[in-house]
Design a protein around this ligand. Structure first.
Ligand code: FES
Length: 151
């Protein structure tokens, strides 16, 4: 059976367009490479200002940061205010520790669990001094319980 020249041209044109489409798709994929597929979340570092503004013996709730800042004789420490059960915000009861309003977990003043269902202690958070002299808390970095920051 003789080749039909029109049919052969049409198949050649279709092959050409397929090749162009494949190269376009590959080029689009290459253009996406420099961008990360997963973007990091914003850093949760909170500048709190001059350390001198926090009196010795004070406890300050930092609502935006999700932690409490304490200043004692031994220095500063920060404890997360996010319940380790399902993430509710715990309330500080001065001298008694923390209480979660959602399911009744209780935490001692050092963040350790005194009553469940919370499975773990409230984390202590890293405190540092920023280059401009402000106290700053990194809410993404935990430190061992009992760690104090001295100015
Ligand atoms: S979220 Fe705190 S006890 Fe459930």
């Amino acid at each position: 059976m003789p080749d039909n020249p029109k049919r052969r041209d049409l198949l050649g044109l279709a092959a050409l367009w397929s090749a162009v489409a494949a190269m376009g798709t590959a080029l689009a994929g290459v253009m996406r490479l420099p961008k990360p597929a997963v973007l990091p979340g914003p850093l949760r570092i909170y500048k709190l200002g001059d350390p001198a503004q926090f009196a010795v013996g004070s406890a300050t709730r930092m609502e935006a940061g999700g932690f409490y800042l304490f200043r004692g004789e031994e220095g500063f420490h920060a404890i997360s205010s996010t319940c380790t059960h399902l993430g509710c915000v715990v309330a500080l009861n001065e001298g008694e520790g923390f209480a979660c309003p959602c399911h009744g977990s209780r935490f001692r003043t050092d963040g350790s669990v005194s009553a469940g269902p919370a499975p773990a202690a409230l984390p202590w958070l890293e405190i540092a001094l920023s280059p401009d002299g402000q106290l700053q808390v990194n809410a993404e970095t935990q430190v061992p319980k009992g760690t104090r920051f001295r100015v």
